[in-house]
Design a protein around this ligand. Structure first.
Ligand SMILES: C[S@@+](CC[C@H](N)C(=O)[O-])C[C@H]1O[C@@H](n2cnc3c(N)ncnc32)[C@H](O)[C@@H]1O
Length: 213
């Protein structure tokens, strides 16, 4: 288990911005065709691997979890912020959302058929990534697909406000896909595909598909 002040800072920051983050992202997939395509591919991979429960780690207000459900994926969400989980439960009362941290994932070994972490690993410092990926590997069924989304770059940036000017105190760790892929391999994953989103921007997004071996 990783315990540090940064984790409490991340939790407190997302407690503060939960409502405004939800308002901003709730309907955001509608104008993101590439992300919808990525999620459709992930859903296909889950189905092809036999289906089963899929965890959305750092699910925020649950819109991605719900989108996966619309693709017949049995998805549930886990988030560090109780306020985010309350919003997710309110917005999607038929789905399952729990409070928890990816640094200490309270799920059984090989208990999920797929795992997605979209723009949540960005708040995990380098020295805690191996712990997080160890949990991902442990809870994911062998052969189950893993999908990560993160900001690309080479530096960490302290975010002191966001989502309507609310105070935050979180580091956003931007990383090169090759670096994240190397960490995944070290944790026992095979990296199968990567994609850059908005490659012309200063800070593109990246998605990586991997599989537990
Ligand atoms: C930028 S938001 C992304 C939310 C959602 N995945 C999306 O794509 O819109 C980051 C989310 O990760 C959650 N988070 C950050 N650190 C976490 C951790 N250690 N364990 C679980 N969730 C975490 C935050 O509470 C927040 O809801």
């Amino acid at each position: 288990m990783v315990e540090d002040g940064w984790l409490e800072d991340v939790r407190a920051s997302y407690e503060t911005v939960a409502e405004s983050y939800a308002d901003k992202t709730r309907d955001s997939l509608g104008d993101k065709p590439y992300l919808r395509g990525v999620l459709a591919l992930f859903a296909d991979l889950v189905h092809a691997a036999g289906g089963g429960p899929v965890v959305d780690v750092g699910c925020g207000p649950g819109h991605i979890t719900a989108h996966l459900h619309s693709l017949d994926v049995d998805a549930f969400g886990i988030d560090l912020s109780p306020a985010m989980v309350d919003i997710a439960r309110h917005d999607h009362p038929d789905l399952r959302f729990e409070v928890g941290s990816m640094t200490d994932l309270q799920l059984g070994d090989a208990s999920v058929a797929g795992l997605l972490a979209f723009w949540s690993l960005i708040h995990i410092p380098d020295d805690a990534v191996a712990t997080v990926f160890g949990h991902f590997r442990r809870v994911l069924r062998p052969g189950g697909p893993l999908l990560l989304g993160f900001h690309v770059g080479g530096e960490s940036h302290l975010k002191t406000q966001g989502y309507g000017g609310h105070p935050m105190h979180v580091y956003v760790h931007r990383r090169q896909p090759d670096r994240v892929a190397a960490w995944l391999r070290d944790a026992g994953f095979t990296v199968e595909a990567q994609m850059l989103l908005d490659p012309g921007e200063t800070h593109p997004g990246a998605v990586l598909f991997a599989r537990g071996v």
